[in-house]
Design a protein around this ligand. Sequence first.
Ligand code: SF4
Length: 505
Amino acid sequence: MKPVLLVINALDVRDEATALFAGRPVWQETLRRIASLSEGCDLLLVCHEGESLLPEACDVPQTRLSGYGAHAVLSTLQHNHSGYEWYVFLDISAVFMDPGLVTAFLGTGRHRIAQYVYGEHYPKGIAPQVLSAEALAILAGVSSGNDFRFGEEAIFDLMGLDINSWDIEMVVSETDFRRMRLDLRIRSAEALARMKALLAIDPGLVDDWSYERLARCLREHVGILRTVPAYVELDLVDACQLSCHYCPRSVREDLVPEQSVSLDDLGRLVKDLRRFAPDATIALSPYSEPLLHPQAETAIRMILDSGLRLVLETNGIALDEKLAALLASADPERSIIIFSPDFSDPERFAREKGASLLPLVEANIERLLALRQRNVWIQAIQFEADDANLDAFYERWKAHEDAILPRKYNNWCQCIPGRPAVDLSPLVRTPCWHLARDLVIRADGRVPMCKQDLECRVSPGNVFRDGLEAVWAGLERQWQEQCADPAFQGLPLCAPCDEWHTYNF
Ligand code: SF4
């Protein structure tokens, strides 16, 4: 029996796999590292049968599959590539992979007589997955009825169907990288920018492939987490039908209800985002009700058609039959709808929000849920010492319990009274995720430092006048200041803020 087959996942390869990285295409740099293991190991590239981005010249035996499911991969390995003791799964975009980890994980598998070895607390794409021939044969059968997409989680998810029947070994990273939410596979423009920033910091990473060196570099340079905007919150208008006392609009003095974003400006912004940050999400709206825009339906279509992901957060009052049909026809993986009724008691709703409109809101939620369930959420705010509201909310929406979204109460840097129901903030402050990933745009184009910056105290400019890249670059200094000063002494707005650890997907 041969010892090892290195299975390189190139099924879902993205354009970025052909981008230049350290003078070579990404796929070539990854293969260069994997090929250093070739003594005693065979290589197999698993590709989709469609047109491949990878040239034939990559010179590695390939198998081409018609789908993306785990069953096709595992059963092909079992039937066409049997005779190996171990199967090691790697990713073609994992350009910083450390061949030493493969050797170490295989050693753990042999020493502990495991069926499966995987890594915990590593950045995504770094830890290999090692599967014994025996486990491969069983999983090939199991996956016929549970054909998960063959991503990084597929093997573990298949084993999870009967987790106690497996001998599994876990190798834990010395540094816990979970909090950094790092994916070191080059599968997006954002990831490519991050990897290039890492290389600029430590060019020696091209030739020293050790995970220890990479981990040290990541630990010491948190600044690389800011690359391009990932979550762009845009106010289409500056208006709302409600007047919630806990809404930041209740303390803003610069409201301009007649202000709205023109379709021309929206079109330019969407185009710029597609170019600069093609994996970004556009979230409507940080401080207003987006469906009050006079051409809301067209604006939503523009975003959906652009390929950017949409998050639509609405009070639901204006979400009529026509809009429900549009949202029901949208790809639920690329469009997330969040209703914010917040309460289930009509009297409380009227008292807190200034209008007796709960029955209309609930009818509009029910109508959309009848057409589409995936990624439609019903939000309840978690006020301090207000468990009764949340309990009643769960009771009201028990038929859609999985769609309930409890949201942390935000007192907007103590501009509004009240505190969250629970304090989930980590004990040690770290640089703010919102500065690293978010860009907030007012209906007049002004960009504040973050959503908490209600008065635009720190503003890098106007996105419609100065351009997307310029306003994003204009906040780099605040990010670097936070990285250098985790106690946030230099940014007065940040000191009382408790939103720094929250994260928009
Ligand atoms: S810590 Fe709060 S105020 Fe400061 S940038 Fe982050 S979200 Fe804004």
